[in-house]
Design a protein around this ligand. Structure first.
Ligand code: NAD
Ligand code: UDP
Length: 338
């Protein structure tokens, strides 16, 4: 298959491209490096011994995107490009709507011009908001509680409306739970630009000595140890879910949402001890107050993806921590090490 990947230099995009190239697909990637480094492109090619086409382009540049999509003539698009920091989305809502929603409209306009009718979209479990019941299934109401979650939900709706207005189109909405881990080679991984917002990269930076201690945001939730519980999913499993989704999109028409998680929850303190085991390092932490907007527990019911995509997560918590540590300890400054 010929696959156009937006946001291909990012954390999840880069891991997905590796799996696509390994399986013999042809890839054209687009990224403006807003939150990534060009170094990752060399690493992807070195890991797979294959070349990929790349354009440094902003997805909101509809004229450029139209040329790229027409020139590459993809069978399908995987749309990762977007902004993802919850706190920043509250401070800069218009930028988030512009990139995440305006960018999606621009991409679909370019796809329409080239007659490309299949898209797999990076959505998020944050579209569900405060749980009405757990685990979340795909029929759970969507009431996102922050701007970032709203941009993801609105992008889903844009894709749904585009698909129903486009003969023969298919839109697959993958609602990721908490992606963590890295490629087993240690050559690519998550490389946050500033202070990490997410738990796992923060823990990894504490373990490697870049940060003094983890702040645990609350230990008074109704969970087994009082700290927040999440459904962590290994990024290689997540990458493989995209390949299963491409296959689904090639065989189906319509819009379908899938939870991409394991169904297994771990608390912040579970993650700290698992990471400490994997790295052989102490992870100092201090308990602080709850982070505004956090929920106690987020857990996927992944059975629809298991049944309809024929996909299932196979990496466990130890794989998640060991691969993160392999990446972090061999690239203590991420792609900044060159
Ligand atoms: P990332 O920031 O590493 O990757 C996103 C990529 O998009 C970056 O390389 C960035 O430079 C690029 N980009 C941003 N704006 C762009 C624009 N206007 N034009 C072109 N490229 C642009 O993030 P990620 O973790 O790989 O996430 C990928 C997608 O998955 C995002 O849409 C994110 O919202 C979604 N998602 C991520 C998580 C997570 O926890 N990592 C969870 C759920 C959903
Ligand atoms: N968390 C924490 N300290 C941090 C970052 C996160 O205690 O520095 C907690 C957070 O409160 C949540 C869990 O770790 O319970 C996962 O948070 P993350 O930001 O990684 O993902 P999300 O909130 O999107 O589920």
């Amino acid at each position: 298959m010929r696959v156009l990947v937006t946001g291909g230099a990012g954390y999840i995009g880069s891991h997905t491209i590796v799996e696509l190239l390994r399986q013999g697909h042809d890839v054209c990637a687009v990224d403006n490096f807003d939150n990534s480094s060009p170094v990752v492109l060399d690493r992807i090619q070195e890991l797979t011994n294959r070349t990929l086409t790349f354009h440094q382009t902003d997805i909101r540049d509809t004229a450029a995107m139209t040329d790229i999509v027409a020139g590459f003539a993809p069978d399908a698009v995987i749309h990762f490009a977007g902004l993802k920091a919850v706190g920043e989305s509250e401070a800069e809502p218009l930028r988030y709507y512009d990139v995440n929603n305006g960018g999606t409209v621009s991409l679909l306009t370019a796809m329409d011009a080239a007659g490309c009718k299949r898209v797999v979209f990076s959505s998020s479990a944050t579209v569900y908001g405060e749980p009405v019941y757990l685990p979340f299934d795909e029929n759970h109401p969507c009431q996102p509680s922050n701007v970032y979650g709203r941009t993801k939900y609105f992008a889903e709706e844009i894709l749904r409306n585009w698909q129903s207005a486009t003969d023969g189109a298919c839109a697959v909405l993958l609602r990721y739970f908490n992606p963590v881990g890295a490629h087993p080679s240690g050559r690519i991984g998550e490389d946050p630009r500033d202070v990490p917002n997410n738990l796992m990269p923060f823990v990894a930076q504490v373990a490697v000595g870049r940060r003094a201690a983890l702040s645990v945001f609350g230990n008074d939730y109704g969970t087994h140890d009082g700290t927040g519980v999440r459904d962590y999913i290994h990024v290689v499993d997540l990458a493989l879910a995209h390949i299963a989704a491409l296959d689904f999109a090639a065989r189906n028409e319509g819009t379908e949402a899938f939870n991409i998680g394991t169904g297994q929850g771990y608390s912040v303190l579970d993650m700290v001890s698992a990471f400490s085991r994997a790295s052989g390092r102490d992870i100092p932490y201090k308990i602080e107050s709850r982070r505004p907007g956090d929920i106690a527990t987020s857990l996927a019911d992944p059975s629809r993806a298991n049944a309809q995509l024929g996909w299932r997560a196979t990496h466990d918590l130890d794989d998640m921590c060991a691969s993160t540590w392999n990446w972090q300890s061999t690239n203590p400054n991420g792609y900044g090490d060159g």
